[in-house]
Write a protein that binds this ligand. Structure first.
Ligand SMILES: [Ca+2]
Ligand SMILES: [Ca+2]
Ligand SMILES: [Ca+2]
Ligand SMILES: [Ca+2]
Length: 350
């Protein structure tokens, strides 16, 4: 899962953030035997600042037997910097094996096995500092080192991975912003794009003109029919206050919108994610200054079409509580690893 935003004292430069992560990583490794509330971490000290991470994931990035730890960390200094890293642990020490270009501001990251091998890849969505031009880079292991491949065919600000056509393979769903400045002013829309990654290239298969700015995207099977839906949070412009929309991909008809209703939520969406629990996928939404959290399933009511139905469950609450934190699933640990605040981490067993 991706997590949201926060502030880091501007005195922290990327190297300082990295050092703090090392402290946290050591604590994490030391605490893996505790699968309930974990010990405190020395991750961020003083300043009242909050750690900010664009993303965090555990993944099998290279051909050894251990998980790698993939993260994009961010600072609040000017200009804002993001640092993407792939790390391993050996004897309780974090070792950074790959580090991304600081000239690219990473807006979101995606980790998953996007091609036909057994390894995971890292996909970074971002923009070149100062220009706002979107970038899309794939980082993958080539047998001896990590290789970065930029796409000159596609660019995106956000993306998600899921089997949107139910053929057993995952596709990319991108949010492409042709003109970031115009989109910010609400005069030019964002586009949803579905693409496959084959032979080291992205091949676009479907497009959809959203008509609003897309601020967040998540993919999951919200109605349990075996086909993943696309959920977006769309920004208030063109008379729309801000809404949740659900899309599906029909192999023949392309992308279709199943659900969208202005005013469905009282407040602006501040976070959107889909998580799996007990064999079902839930859409998790956080909204407003109070950061109200709620979870939904998608139901086809036949007569009146698709509806998002609010659900209540302890598991949902646990995940909702972690919304503003950094959380990722670790197969090796058999648990979600969640960063509750700047001092506390928690393991949530499956
Ligand atoms: Ca590995
Ligand atoms: Ca792969
Ligand atoms: Ca598919
Ligand atoms: Ca579905």
């Amino acid at each position: 899962m991706r997590s949201g935003t926060g502030l880091v004292p501007s005195v922290f430069v990327s190297s300082a953030v990295t050092m703090l992560w090392i402290a946290w990583a050591v604590t994490l490794v030391a605490d893996t035997r505790h699968l309930e509330r974990a010990g405190r971490s020395s991750m961020i000290s003083g300043g009242g600042g909050y750690y900010a991470s664009v993303g965090l994931a555990f993944a099998q990035m290279d051909d050894d037997t251990h998980e790698e730890f993939v993260t994009v960390e961010t600072t609040a200094g000017f200009p804002r910097e993001t640092v993407a890293t792939i790390s391993t642990w050996a004897n309780g020490t974090r070792k950074i094996e790959w580090q991304g270009e600081p000239s690219i501001l990473v807006s979101s990251m995606l980790v998953g096995n996007i091609d036909d091998d057994d390894l995971d890849e890292l996909v970074l969505f971002g923009e070149w500092n100062y220009t706002g031009k979107n970038t899309l880079n794939v980082i993958q292991w080539n047998g001896s080192s990590y290789r970065t491949t930029g796409s000159d065919r596609l660019s995106a600000r956000l993306g998600a991975l899921g089997d949107v056509d139910a053929d057993g393979r995952e596709e990319f769903v991108f949010v492409h912003v042709p003109n970031p400045a115009a989109e910010a002013e609400g005069t030019e829309p964002a586009m949803l794009q579905v693409a496959e990654y084959r032979d080291g290239r992205f091949e676009r298969t479907h497009d959809y003109d959203v008509g609003h700015g897309v601020m967040a995207i998540a993919v999951g099977d919200l109605d349990g029919d075996g086909r993943a839906e696309i959920a977006t949070s769309e920004e208030a412009n063109r008379g729309v206050r801000g809404q949740i929309a659900i899309y599906t991909v029909d192999p023949d008809l392309g992308i279709r919108r199943l659900f969208a209703r202005d005013g469905f939520l009282k407040e602006r969406v501040t976070y959107l994610a889909i998580f799996a629990s007990g064999g079902a996928d839930y859409l998790l939404v956080e909204q407003g200054r109070q950061r109200w959290k709620s979870a939904f399933r998608l139901v086809d009511s036949q007569d009146s079409g698709f509806e998002l139905i609010r659900v209540e469950a302890d598991r949902v609450r646990v995940f909702a509580d972690g919304l503003r934190s950094t959380m990722a699933y670790s197969s090796e640990r058999g648990a979600y690893v969640r960063f509750l605040d700047q001092e506390t981490i928690e393991f949530i067993p499956e």
